[in-house]
Design a protein around this ligand. Structure first.
Ligand code: GTP
Ligand code: MG
Length: 176
């Protein structure tokens, strides 16, 4: 396979929203019920084929959400070409800082990249309506809003395919 691209994607959001679980499900197909807070960042790489047939790699930076990582977190944002911002649909609170904190950091450290807002844990009972999540997505001008389950795999593959497609489109436009 000839590698035509390597896309850097950051996965961010409040602690325990399921960032590590989503990435692990995508990479390995596995899901674990335990919560072990991430330390710093975990880096994964996977081959990906776009709808257009182009093949390349996607580099996933699963970034720790806990407050104690706040000072160094933005160093991982450098060079990111796309972002997934996660909220946990069972905790409305996990969406409250998306506009003013998580998205605001993107505008500071890696502006103008495609962003997908993700409501994760849709296999569980919701604490926030789909409309509210969509309203937050509109506020941050998200390129797409998706609902996933890292537990049963709903929309997981699709989320990573879509962010890759969006990055590819934006990158091609810049070349014109
Ligand atoms: P930090 O690393 O601290 O920022 O957290 P994180 O966002 O990486 O969360 P993590 O993936 O560790 O998941 C937190 C908890 O939620 C774990 O107990 C997971 O098993 C659980 N979880 C994650 N995604 C889902 C999901 O889609 N459905 C269900 N039922 N549980 C989930
Ligand atoms: Mg984690």
């Amino acid at each position: 396979m000839s590698v035509n691209f390597i896309f850097k994607v950051i996965i961010i959001g409040e602690p325990a929203t399921g960032k590590t679980s989503l990435v692990k499900k995508y990479i390995s197909g596995h899901f674990s019920q335990d919560y072990r807070a991430s330390i710093g960042t975990n880096l994964y790489i996977k081959k990906i084929k776009l709808e257009s047939g182009e093949e390349g790699k996607i580099q996933l930076w699963d970034i720790a959400g806990q407050e104690r990582w706040i000072k160094m977190r933005h160093t991982y944002y450098r060079g990111a070409q796309g972002a997934l911002i996660l909220g946990d649909v069972t905790r409305e609170k996990s969406f409250l800082q998306i506009e003013d904190f998580w998205y605001s950091d993107i505008t500071k450290y890696c502006p103008d990249i495609p962003v997908i807002l993700i409501g994760n844990k849709i296999d569980l009972k919701k604490d926030i309506s789909e409309e509210k999540v969509r309203a937050i997505g509109d506020k941050i001008n998200a390129d797409s809003i998706m609902f996933t389950s890292a537990k049963n795999g709903d929309n997981v593959e699709m989320a990573f395919q879509l962010i890759s497609k969006l990055i590819n489109e934006r990158f091609s436009r810049k070349k014109d």
